[in-house]
Write a protein that binds this ligand. Structure first.
Ligand SMILES: *Cc1c(COP(=O)(O)O)cnc(C)c1O
Length: 804
């Protein structure tokens, strides 16, 4: 790409006069970043063309990964590393008097996702490109990403995130590949040669314009694309009469209505927003994506070659948000390409596959039938027919056929059940960790599993170890490479070669030192952003993730209150100093989660200002969690808090990022924690709490008040929530108090408390034996290779997408 650093400098400086119309010296850091990013982007675009031509000539099967969210993080550093030019660029910039590390934070971090699900999609893009798969991401170009979180008076406030204001150097607008998406209207039946035709008329047309973001794989061999669709009016229409009458907003009303479709990401991934606009977004992504797939396919293989479609195309749906892919692809094949139902259905089900992400019943998407019927009349007719045929095939000789219909039909109770649509329309349904897949098979989707057991499979999540280890923690990356060579970067299983270093004091000391440096870096950030001084020699005990009742940040808080109370009574308690770090957003309308954020801040206020305690405990909340803040936090953690109620966290991926960075898991037998445990064993993590089957058994004969009545310490804490401990009456935490006592502690916080404290103190003790701790950290890093998304994507490719 650049023959030398001088070559880089020359090309870079030349860009300024071309694109900024002023020289490098007169440009701000942001402008210098922008020029560099644009330069790398155009080179990546060229590499993409090469990749594409190669994939076409090799007749590669094309994978389309549909996701309403892609939390891609910043790209510049990632791409410099993947292209192997980071050092060249760094040294070149240095000679120009510029520091690469000061340009990197100039990049906006697009918040096009809520959390784990969106980040997973981004890690998958990285691994698909690394593994040289022909894989394209299909997403939406939201003008406003997830809200920007700020804390005022201890409460979360939300502000819009206008991430595009300065432009986004990584996107390429591709107007000529725009497609039309139709909403509303009516469907007319016409008869022709004994065949019924359905004609959709009187619809509103929305133009879908793709913005392509290059996805550079490690080694730079493969560059794929993430295609982000934007909604625009089909033709520039403006009501001139209204405009001339001074009614400006009316004049542009339709334009605004259409642009609203991709204006904002719904700030909640765990409850269906129940909003018409959200359904419009889902159909918009689906229909635009499918139309472009069909265009590409015809272009490459001709207009009449549908039988081979599913051998050459895989469509993967990330959760049910793109579930309308099923009826939409049917619609195209039936109405546009004139296939018979059975042939079309065969193609659709062989092409589409589906990942389920949650078993929280309130998060299973459902839409009112009348809404879908009004917004998408033809699509609805097809859903109805899919449902009719499915019901017809239910075996009525079995006694429980009615129960089976009740749980598995698509249309029920005036609603369209999207998960059932996805399962029926896919050839593969996967869960995201082994415990989660088992719950799908034997509980949530039992009926489907009995019907077609072969459809169900597990694909344990993974993360990009190149982003979350190599890029986020370069010092650790260097130590690993110096010790075992660089193969781990392309094959994370090579990390196992670190195991022999478990008795190497020199190595263990270096590991400890790197952790300490990372903690110092985070401590500086905390000082700057929170004004709190934390001791890098304290244990960094970290919980970063969305704030949610099932993730139990509350359990962590109760622990902290307990430790505070105990230290007040026993100032000489043998406890290593701890810094408790939290970060994460609460959904805008999720009052309980917002109260938990307020509790964290109220407790931070008490603890951090108590001179008697301050040296032992600190509580810090970092605002506005994003991928880039995550990259700062994961490498600095000693303890990874993964404390969800067993059976509730499908997999978790934060747990894996911590593990790659040598943090030890303090967690329940939930999600991928179970698999971490299989890999490192009891000796290298701190497990506690009820198992998911114990949770199931306990529900029904659990009384949270009984637990309190047997624990004066818990009773005291429950009291403190409302007795003025946190200030005046109006500051009391009644809703949290009530959730625990009046509503009987749905997430078994109190039930798990005692065992959680036991595991916590074990970890505290273990930390004092620094050698033992470092060994445990090393074991975790060495065994983390299994959680690279390279492994996950290889399995998807082989077992779901059937790519050799
Ligand atoms: C990895 C990640 C998550 C997911 O964290 P979990 O602990 O698995 O819930 C959420 N947000 C961001 C920004 C992440 O990078």
């Amino acid at each position: 790409m650049f023959a030398s650093k001088d070559d880089f400098k020359e090309q870079y400086l030349a860009e300024f006069t071309k694109t900024m119309a002023k020289p490098f010296e007169e440009c701000t850091k942001r402008e210098r970043y922008e020029v560099l990013a644009k330069m790398i982007c155009s080179r990546a675009a060229k590499l993409h063309t090469e990749t594409r031509l190669r994939h076409i000539s090799q007749q590669r099967k094309q994978v389309y990964y549909f996701s309403m969210e892609f939390l891609i993080g910043r790209l510049l550093n990632n791409y410099l590393i993947n292209l192997g030019i980071e050092e060249t660029v760094r040294r070149g910039l240095k000679e120009l008097g510029e520091d690469l590390d000061q340009l990197l934070p100039m990049e906006p971090d697009p918040g096009l996702g809520n959390g784990g699900l969106g980040r997973l999609a981004a890690c998958f893009l990285d691994s698909m490109a690394y593994l040289d798969l022909a894989g394209m991401g299909m997403g939406a170009r939201y003008r406003f990403g997830l809200f920007k979180q700020t804390i005022e008076d201890g409460r979360q406030t939300e502000e819009p995130d206008p991430w595009l204001v300065n432009g986004y150097p990584w996107e390429i607008r591709n107007s000529d590949s725009a497609v039309s998406v139709h909403f509303g209207g009516k469907v007319e039946r016409t008869y022709e040669d004994g065949k019924i035709n359905f004609e959709h008329t009187a619809y509103q047309t929305v133009l879908a314009v793709p913005y392509d973001v290059p996805i550079v794989g490690y080694d730079g061999k493969t560059v794929n694309m993430l295609r982000l669709w934007q909604a625009e009016p089909a033709e520039e229409k403006i009501d001139l009469a209204a405009f001339n009458n001074g009614k400006y907003s009316e004049a542009v009303r339709e334009r605004n209505e259409i642009e609203a479709i991709t204006a904002i990401l719904y700030p909640d991934d765990s409850t269906p927003a129940g909003k018409e606009l959200r359904l419009k977004q889902e159909y918009f992504l689906t229909a635009a994506g499918i139309a472009s797939i069909i265009d590409n396919y015809k272009h490459q293989y001709g207009a009449d070659n549908w039988r081979a479609f599913s051998d050459r195309t895989a469509i993967h749906t990330n959760d049910t948000h793109p579930a309308l892919c099923v009826p939409e692809l049917m619609r195209i094949l039936l109405d546009q390409e004139n296939l018979e139902w059975d042939d079309a259905w065969d193609i659709v089900t062989k092409t589409i596959s589906f990942t389920n992400h949650t078993i929280m019943p309130e998060a299973l998407e459902k839409w009112p039938i009348d809404l879908i019927q009004r917004l998408l009349p033809r699509v609805y007719m097809i859903i109805e027919e899919i449902d009719r045929r499915y019901r017809e095939n239910i075996d009525r000789s079995q006694a429980d056929w009615q129960d089976r219909t009740r749980s598995s039909a698509i249309l029920w109770d005036g609603q369209v059940r999207m998960a059932n649509l996805s399962i029926i329309g896919s050839h593969s349904v996967n869960g995201v960790a082994s415990i989660h897949t088992n719950i799908l098979k034997h509980d949530v989707f039992q009926t489907f599993y009995q019907e077609s057991p072969d459809k169900f499979n597990n694909k344990t999540n993974g993360v990009s170890h190149r982003r979350f280890l190599l890029e986020a923690n370069p010092a650790l990356g260097r130590l690993i490479t110096t010790s075992i060579g660089p193969e781990w970067i392309s094959n994370a299983y090579h990390l196992e070669n670190l195991l022999p270093y478990a008795n190497d004091d020199l190595f263990l000391n270096q590991l400890e030192k790197i952790k300490y440096v990372q903690k110092c870096r985070l401590a500086e950030y905390i000082k700057e952003h929170n004004g709190i001084t934390v001791d890098p020699a304290s244990i960094f005990d970290v919980q970063v993730k969305r704030i949610h009742a099932y993730k139990r940040q509350l359990l962590n808080m109760i622990k902290i209150i307990y430790l505070y109370n105990r230290l007040k009574k026993e100032p000489d308690l043998d406890l290593h100093p701890h810094t408790f770090l939290f970060s994460g957003k609460a959904a805008q309308s999720y009052e309980f989660a917002k109260e938990v954020i307020r509790l964290i801040h109220a407790m931070a206020d008490v603890v951090n200002h108590d001179a008697q305690i301050g040296g032992k405990l600190k509580v810090v909340f970092l605002e506005n969690l994003s991928v880039s803040i995550g990259q700062l936090i994961y490498p600095a953690a000693d303890i990874s808090e993964q404390i969800s109620t067993a059976g509730k966290e499908a997999s978790g991926t934060g747990n894996m990022k911590f593990m790659f960075n040598g943090a030890l898991t303090l967690g329940t037998m939930d999600g991928a924690n179970v698999e971490i445990h299989q890999l490192v064993g009891d000796d290298n993590m701190f497990l506690f709490g009820l198992t998911s089957s114990q949770v199931t058994d306990l529900r029904g004969n659990y009384r949270s008040l009984d637990i309190c009545e047997h624990s004066s310490a818990l009773m005291e804490i429950i009291d403190q929530l409302v007795n003025g401990f946190f200030g005046s009456d109006k500051d009391a935490f009644w809703s949290i108090h009530d959730a625990l006592i009046r509503y009987n502690d749905e997430y078994f916080v109190l039930a798990d408390f005692e065992d959680y404290m036991r595991a916590f103190f074990e970890a505290d003790q273990a930390y004092t034996d620094r050698r033992r701790w470092n060994k445990m950290a090393l074991t975790n890093i060495a065994m983390a290779g299994h959680f690279s998304s390279d492994r996950t994507i290889s399995q998807y490719a082989k077992e779901i997408w059937k790519i050799k």
